[in-house]
Design a protein around this ligand. Structure first.
Ligand SMILES: [Co+2]
Length: 460
């Protein structure tokens, strides 16, 4: 989930700003969007960012040890253990995914891709290198579980849910049902989705819609076309530890250079991330890579532009956006990354103008925990707030999640909460009509001696 640059810093973000998403125009209309264009055929673009393909996800599953230079691989590729474990005992994920991750990895979850910092002088000993003392006990376990859920659910989505003719609602629900099943939290009892659930509403953004679109109840169902460029951006949290990761799908190879540009740009951001890395340097490096690409669409060549007014961001517990932003253009932001921090490193590239505008429609709602509810008078707002606090806390939710809980007639109360600043609403962000935007995103944990690309998979 991207962090929109606040208006006052939209030109060139500079270090002093630290707001999260900008509230949208408070106009509760369901977004209209559609797609057009010709077709061709292309599957999910993938590449191998990882090497050592023989590393096993479950080979050395105990967490927080020193073996994590190795890159995790997903469980399905597990080879049979040489120690003689009978293969029949091996529990496998189903399709659709319904086996809890905790059952698949009873002795610990696979680590992410571990990349030591260039400057290893800061490392002291193996132990502190791989587990920052700034993290509490459950931190890594929760993060690795959330990341494995993300990988398994998205790879299922890539194989089974996302194809021309699929409805976006079916894709969103398929992803969300997978997350609930794999985490073992259906979220129907009060407080259950605070234990594990989506990290924010599933984003399914077509073409010039860059970010913050999700199906809404009562909205017209949108059918995926062969000519579409689809961004799939979803989050998984376990005990408030949020993994935020996104990819782009295009079936028409016309868009491959656009996807390649953004994939390379995001990987550049990951390469430059680390303790003491400056946002200004990361942004400049990302932009240089992104804008070295161009894409030819219907005989016309478009330079790929880095989007200027949305950024990567730090992630705090139960808060998808902390105070830090990572632009993907040249900038004067003086913030540095610090040990123990978690970053969503994402980039957006576009054939449009490289600047996003608000569109009509509703994406999600986030409880602002620093705003008092003492002034609330409307009883429907008070009761809705109790529901929000009990089920989502500060995790951004959407209308579908409310309706799934059986909440009815919530629009007036929701409006009141937004007007009082207690809930912030978010809406779609779009580039110009006819343009195409792609996005890739990973969540990165900054250990003391290296970074762990927690959401890395063999898909992206
Ligand atoms: Co994000």
């Amino acid at each position: 989930m991207g962090s929109k640059t606040p208006e006052e810093y939209q030109q060139i973000p500079d270090g002093s700003n630290s707001n999260g998403l900008k509230p949208t125009n408070p106009d509760p209309e369901v977004s209209q969007r559609g797609s057009s264009f010709a077709d061709l055929d292309r599957g999910i673009v993938s590449d191998e960012d990882d090497d050592d393909a023989n590393q096993e996800a479950g080979m050395n599953p105990s967490v927080s040890n020193a073996e994590k230079k190795k890159k995790r691989k997903r469980s399905k590729k597990k080879k049979k253990s040489k120690t003689g474990t009978p293969p029949a005992m091996e529990l496998k994920q189903t399709s659709p995914p319904r086996v809890r991750i905790s059952r698949l990895f009873p002795s610990g979850y696979p680590a992410g891709e571990f990349v030591p910092y260039d400057n290893l002088s800061r490392t002291t000993d193996e132990e502190s290198r791989y587990n920052s003392r700034l993290w509490d006990e459950g931190f890594l376990t929760d993060y690795r579980q959330a990341a494995e859920i993300h990988r398994q659910v998205r790879q299922y989505a890539q194989k089974e849910l996302i194809y021309p003719g699929a409805s976006l609602l079916t894709i969103a629900e398929g992803i969300e049902d997978g997350i609930r099943a794999l985490s073992g939290h259906q979220g129907l009892e009060v407080g259950d989705s605070l234990k594990a659930s989506m990290g924010f509403p599933t984003g399914l953004c077509l073409n010039n819609i860059a970010a913050h679109w999700t199906p809404n109840p009562g909205g017209k169902d949108v059918i995926l076309q062969k000519s579409d460029v689809l961004k799939v951006d979803f989050g998984v949290h376990v005990n408030g530890r949020i993994v935020d990761s996104a990819f782009t799908v295009a079936f028409d190879p016309t868009y491959d250079p656009l996807l390649a540009a953004v994939r390379a740009a995001t990987n550049t951001g990951i390469t430059h991330a680390g303790v003491d890395a400056r946002m200004s340097e990361i942004g400049a490096a990302i932009q240089e890579v992104m804008e070295s690409y161009e894409v030819e669409i219907a005989g016309k060549v478009f330079p790929v532009k880095a989007v200027r007014n949305i950024t990567g961001h730090d992630i705090l517990r139960y808060h998808i956006h902390g105070g830090k932003q990572i632009p993907f253009v040249k900038n004067k932001n003086r913030d540095k990354m610090e040990e123990g921090e978690v970053f969503a490193i994402e980039t957006f590239g576009t054939t449009g103008k490289g600047y996003l505008d608000d569109d009509v429609g509703n994406y999600g709602y986030g409880r602002q925990d620093d705003v008092s509810a003492a002034n609330l008078h409307l009883s429907s707002a008070k009761s809705l707030l109790r529901t929000i606090d009990a089920n989502f806390g500060t995790i951004v939710f959407c209308r579908r999640y409310l309706e799934r809980l059986g909440v009815k007639n919530y629009l007036l109360g929701l409006r009141n909460l937004i007007d009082n600043g207690i809930v912030q609403s978010y809406g779609p962000l779009v580039d110009v009509k006819g343009s195409y935007v792609a996005q890739f995103e990973h969540t990165v944990l900054l250990h003391s001696g290296g970074k762990e690309v927690i959401s890395r998979g063999d898909d992206y």
